[in-house]
Design a protein around this ligand. Sequence first.
Ligand SMILES: [Zn+2]
Length: 344
Amino acid sequence: MRHTGIYAIGLLFLFSTGFLDTARARQETSNDSNNADATIRRLIRAVDSERISKHLFYLSKDPLPYRKLNLTLPGHEKNTLYEADDYLASELEAWGYHVGREGVQVQAFRRDPNKPEHAQYSPPKPEDPWYTAYNLYAERKGRSAPGRIIVVLAHKDSQSWIDSPGANDNAIGTVGVLEMARVLAEYTSESTIRFLFCNEEHTPWTSKTAAQKAKSRGDNIVAVFNMDGIGAKTAEETAAGKKTNVTAYTKPEGKYLAKLMGEVNARYSIGLEQRTAKRPRPGDDDGSFVLAGYPAAVINIGSFPYGDPNYHAGGDIPETCDTENAAMTVQATLAAVVTIDRDL
Ligand SMILES: [Zn+2]
């Protein structure tokens, strides 16, 4: 009897500690998700549309009206794209990032005035000049899973075949990624968050090199968010005060990212009119990653098909950008990135 009694007490002890462990684990899980939620809310609040606007005007009006390899301002030593690179790098370095540069040989597009206004780019001739365009990289190294990589990218160059400030296409996405990098400089991530500033208005696109090199290194990229034309929409939508974002995916693996953008927009009451769309084929800089074998790649864009009336024209000026809308898109993307980061 005595033995049985001790045995029973032992069993009771085992059960009760098991129960406590389970309860503690449940408590920790809920603390973790509460902490993650509080962290995301804090990061969202830190997004600053005035900073977005300041960077936007710097890169698409004054002092830099363009960002192209084939245009150097009078009296300046560097072309306008290199000057933009220096500006982005100095901001990133001020927040503690190391900035990596990856050179890619490119040419400017020629202009064909016989084509429709929005599509006057035409291939360069072999004898046209070659330039080195740079991909700029900045990273938050992950604490517990540094090999797991989330990429947030934007093309930073303006149209090489015309004189357009390229404000909506794509100074606005560039400064959106810059603002994400600033806000996340204070955040300890579990995974690695990689910011990439690439070039897509010269040829070939430098995002292709970035994606192919990542693949050949064996980088485990679990998500790619391309920020291009964020907040840019039709004149009617702008006049109606709409705040829109479309998350377009190419492959089924990208669909969950598009769904997640909708979920975080609702959960954190960001207020975007958030839609998803399926691309018929890989496109833009997210497409470069899809083609390199990273199917979980999406674009965040204000309208799809793209509705900006000044697309690829001289009228694509910063005054027409909806920086409030862009800031909301940055908030939602930030929330999605941190959710993926914590979802190990
Ligand atoms: Zn473009």
